[in-house]
Design a protein around this ligand. Structure first.
Ligand SMILES: Cc1ncc(COP(=O)(O)O)c(C=O)c1O
Length: 348
């Protein structure tokens, strides 16, 4: 292969995070209660599905169910193969090659990935003190599109709602509010998509709903924008079983409520435990905690993985030097994490 054949905007894209260690996964911020309790029933029913037939091209059944949940119309929603596909579809729909997308830094690494693979230019504006959003710095970039997530990954805090609202109001172009961890936070922009001509909110079944292995996400926006997004999205991208699982999960709010309650009751205890071991946790409004290690973070993650627990290193990123992120687990998981961390620190 001639290197020149590779599209210039993707030449420097590395492979995504793909750890090979066998360990308890506390590195991906999924639901630690385990898979959604609807899964067994869904898979049993799936045996009777005619899987020789294509799914609904636009996952109409799931979009109807989402409309019922949020009091919007089915056509406000576009469903994707994970909210990652939703993000990809947004850039395919609204970004010309070479156009600029602005995002806060540090934030979700795949936001930049989707901009680059679609030929755009990704420009960041640093978060302010307390990892808070600097709306003016983002607006000043003069980007066609702005993307942010709240709660923010990996810092775990939510952005000031009124600052996000100001950003949406003042930006002349699409603003994407990624609410992948929205169920764990108090405020959401989901119900407000018809109020703005430029707001797109994305959500996922991978986190609070406990269905990461099925890959289901969605986005909502006003009807006009959603129509564009729907026409660009790859038809049939969500398979029949995944659509069935997500639709069933919406009828099981008790599982999500239990997950959210479990996270809320453990958040402070885990933070306190980390602090007592000499780490510096940042405040979290999500199901994960970012904390700074007094020792080199890459080695901390490695030593902990050798003891069977995987957390994620962010220490190579500017502003996150020696920071790592852990999912907030059940009391048992958190106790295990803390005791292994204690061993690591004592042995070090
Ligand atoms: C902020 C953020 N957005 C989107 C996603 C992607 O979620 P999905 O599994 O729905 O593709 C993640 C996954 O970690 C995330 O952290």
């Amino acid at each position: 292969m001639n290197d020149e054949w590779v599209r210039s905007t993707v030449r420097d894209i590395p492979l995504y995070y793909n750890p090979k260690v066998k360990a308890v996964r506390m590195d991906t911020s999924v639901n630690v209660l385990g898979p959604n309790t609807v899964v067994r029933d869904v898979l049993t029913r799936a045996m009777d599905l005619d899987l020789n037939q294509y799914p609904s091209p636009y996952s109409d059944g799931l979009r109807e169910a989402l409309a019922g949940k949020y009091g919007l119309e089915a056509d406000n929603f576009v469903v994707g193969n994970g909210s990652d596909e939703a993000l990809d579809t947004i850039f395919k729909s609204f970004m010309e090659p070479g156009e600029v997308v602005a995002a806060p830094y540090p934030s979700y690494v795949l936001h930049g990935f989707f901009v680059k693979v679609n030929g755009g230019r990704f420009v960041t504006a640093d978060l302010g003190p307390g990892f808070q959003l600097d709306a003016d710095a983002l607006l000043k970039v003069g980007a066609k599109i702005i993307i942010l997530c709240t709660p923010n990954n990996p810092t775990a805090n939510t952005f000031d709602h009124s600052e996000v609202e100001r950003l949406v109001s003042e930006q002349d172009g699409p603003v994407i509010v990624d609410e992948a961890y929205g169920e764990f936070a108090d405020a959401s922009f989901m119900s407000r998509v018809e109020e703005f001509d430029n707001l797109i909110v994305t959500r996922t079944f991978s986190k609070a709903y406990g269905l990461a292995g099925f890959r289901v996400g969605y986005m909502a926006s006003n009807l006009k924008m959603a129509n564009v997004l729907q026409r660009v999205k790859i038809p049939y991208s969500l398979d029949r079983v995944s659509e069935m699982a997500a639709t069933a999960a919406l009828t099981n709010p008790e599982y999500v409520e239990r997950a959210v309650a479990a996270v809320r009751s453990e958040r402070e205890r885990l933070s306190d435990g980390l602090r007592s071991l000499g780490f510096s946790p940042y405040p979290s409004q999500s199901n994960f905690i970012l904390f700074r290690s007094p020792r080199p973070s890459a080695e901390l993650v490695e030593r902990l993985a050798a003891k069977g627990v995987l957390i994620r290193d962010f220490g190579r990123l500017r502003m996150l030097e020696d920071c790592v992120r852990t999912t907030i687990g059940t009391p048992e998981l958190n106790d295990m994490l803390l005791s292994r961390l204690r061993e690591v620190m004592e042995e070090w």
